[in-house]
Every structure is written in structure tokens, then in C-alpha cells.
Design a protein around this ligand. Structure first.
Ligand code: FES
Length: 85
């Protein structure tokens, strides 16, 4: 498990093994945009402010990976991520 802080919303969530960042975020922010949930459409892309991402999609370029992630499939490498949402 790892933590995700939603900085603009002022909330911190726990993402368990076997569950996605998207699922945890939607529990707090039900209007969060998503579509494919498989890492190929890009709808769920969010800006990352802190933390190292374990990118599991095939869509984002290396440049995009510098400051964003697809939260339906990608996870944290460490124990914490901070998202701009
Ligand atoms: Fe399609 Fe995440 S919902 S890439």
C-alpha cells in the first residue's frame, strides 16, 4: 500500500495492493474523469507534484512522465505521491 495526497483537495488516501489510484481518488472525488481504466486513453491523466511514479501505461511520453501519470494503472514506487487535484 502507499499514500496519495490530493494537495488541492487537502486529503490523503491509502491505495491498497490490488486497487488503483483512480479507485481511491474516486471514492473521495466522484467526478474524477476516466474512461478505459487500462492505461491507453489518457482521460485519467493527472499532474504529479511529488513522489516517484511506477508508470504502467504505454501512452505517456518520457516528457509527460516527468510531471504526470495515468492514475488508472500507474502506482507509486515509494510510499507516497502528491497529486495536483
Ligand atoms: Fe484511460 Fe486511465 S482511464 S488511461
Amino acid at each position: 500500500a502507499f499514500e496519495v495526497e490530493l494537495r488541492r483537495s487537502g486529503r490523503t488516501l491509502t491505495v491498497p495492493e490490488g486497487s488503483s489510484v483512480l479507485a481511491a481518488v474516486r471514492a473521495e472525488l466522484p467526478d474524477t474523469a476516466y474512461s478505459c481504466e487500462q492505461g491507453f486513453c489518457g482521460t485519467c491523466q493527472q499532474r504529479v507534484l511529488e513522489g516517484e511514479v511506477d508508470h504502467r501505461d504505454e501512452l505517456l511520453t518520457e516528457a509527460e512522465r516527468g510531471d504526470s501519470m495515468l492514475i488508472c494503472v500507474s502506482r507509486a514506487r515509494g510510499d507516497r505521491l502528491v497529486l495536483d487535484m
